[in-house]
Design a protein around this ligand. Structure first.
Ligand SMILES: [Zn+2]
Ligand SMILES: [Zn+2]
Length: 367
């Protein structure tokens, strides 16, 4: 079928919305009419060629929409059902079988090659193949092919125009707090960086009843929002060095934070996050790029602290996304506060606003 999709023809080029031919769904595939799709920094990193993608490629990896048609072997959904897309995974490796699909051992091929597992592209421009399986979805498009692996069915009335952002940055922040480093009453949390990931972590920490939730950033309006979303303390780093920030976290939590989350990838901030931990506290990083982190061993040893990675929220999306949807329905995870909608035609503006921080979580709408 003919679709409109935002393609990048070569590394560094702007996204361009053009017409393509999308294959009919194969027996294991689901054709979805896309309604809304989140924008995140990963799209721009792919556009710039910083990730191992092959051009031309249709980007977009936080899609959602209504099932249009399904292949013969699909049983989980039927036409008319509404779904969120998750990042794809192989479904066969040990991590996938454990349900921890963000750690799929084949993640690079599944996520970035942009083809089906057999190497075929899902779209063409004339005779030219176009990669249309970025994160198993390439959802900057009017229609997208996905599989049963990478969808989560949602209720018919689900507000996709802001829930579309759930399956990447939001799940990463929320999952770090709810899954990777469980937090609860009597515990304290320090969150370094209050973009979409950090604010999702703030909401998650609030939802699970953490006593102290300390938000740290240098943008005052984000700190204000963090407070509205449940942060009990906000530290503006504009005019103080990180040693003072560490001291302030220790002061407001009494003994240091039980859990700290770095969303910045900045080595000095990661060191500050670890240094702000209480005895036996755990800090987590969620970024894969950035300069090396230098950590004096004593910072870990003397208090038995841990520094770990938490990929994609350390979750099983089939279990965790419905849990976040429940929290949202209960009013305990107001993700709509982070979102600003843009028409699909403004995809380049939405990416620019995400990078500049003008918008915390852009979501493109197609209806
Ligand atoms: Zn796998
Ligand atoms: Zn993302």
């Amino acid at each position: 079928m003919k679709i409109q999709a935002a393609v990048v023809w070569e590394a560094g080029a702007e996204l361009s919305i053009e017409e393509f031919d999308l294959d009919d769904p194969r027996e294991d595939e689901i054709l979805v009419k896309v309604e809304a799709v989140g924008v995140c920094h990963t799209d721009d990193n792919a556009r710039l060629g910083r990730l191992p993608v092959v051009f031309p490629i249709i980007l977009g990896h936080e899609g959602s929409g209504t099932v249009h048609s399904v292949g013969a072997n699909v049983t989980r959904v039927k036409p008319g059902d509404r779904v969120l897309f998750t990042p794809d995974y192989c479904g066969r490796c040990e991590q996938c079988r454990l349900g921890l699909t963000p750690y799929c051992e084949d993640v690079v091929a599944v996520t970035f090659t942009g083809t089906r597992p057999d190497g075929s592209p899902r779209a063409h421009s004339g005779d030219r193949p176009v990669r249309a399986s970025f994160f198993g979805q390439s959802s900057f498009a009017t229609h997208s092919l996905v599989t049963e692996r990478n969808i989560v069915p949602v209720p018919a009335d689900a507000p996709l125009h802001y829930l579309a952002g759930f399956t990447c940055g939001v799940q990463t922040g929320a999952g770090a707090i709810l899954n990777a480093m469980p937090v609860g009453p009597g515990r304290s949390v320090a969150i370094f960086g209050t973009g979409a990931v950090g604010l999702a972590a703030v909401m998650a920490a609030s939802a699970c009843g953490a006593d102290e939730i300390v938000a740290i950033d240098r943008v005052q309006h984000r700190l204000d929002l963090a407070r509205e979303l449940g942060a009990t303390h906000a530290i503006d780093t504009t005019s103080q060095d990180l040693a003072d920030v560490t001291a302030e976290v220790t002061k407001v939590t009494g003994k240091g934070a039980d859990v700290a989350l770095d969303t910045t990838g900045n080595p000095a901030v990661i060191l500050a996050a670890v240094s702000a931990l209480a005895t036996h506290g755990t800090a987590s990083v969620i970024t894969s790029s950035g300069p090396p982190v230098t950590l004096p061993p004593g910072v870990l040893l003397l208090k038995g602290r841990k520094l770990r990675g938490s990929m994609g929220g350390h979750i099983n999306p089939t279990v965790f996304i419905p849990r976040l949807l429940d929290l949202h329905r209960q009013g305990r995870f107001p993700v709509d506060r982070l979102v600003r909608n843009y028409p699909f035609t403004e995809v380049n503006t939405a990416i620019a606003d995400s990078l500049s921080g003008a918008t915390i979580k852009p979501v493109l709408t197609l209806t």
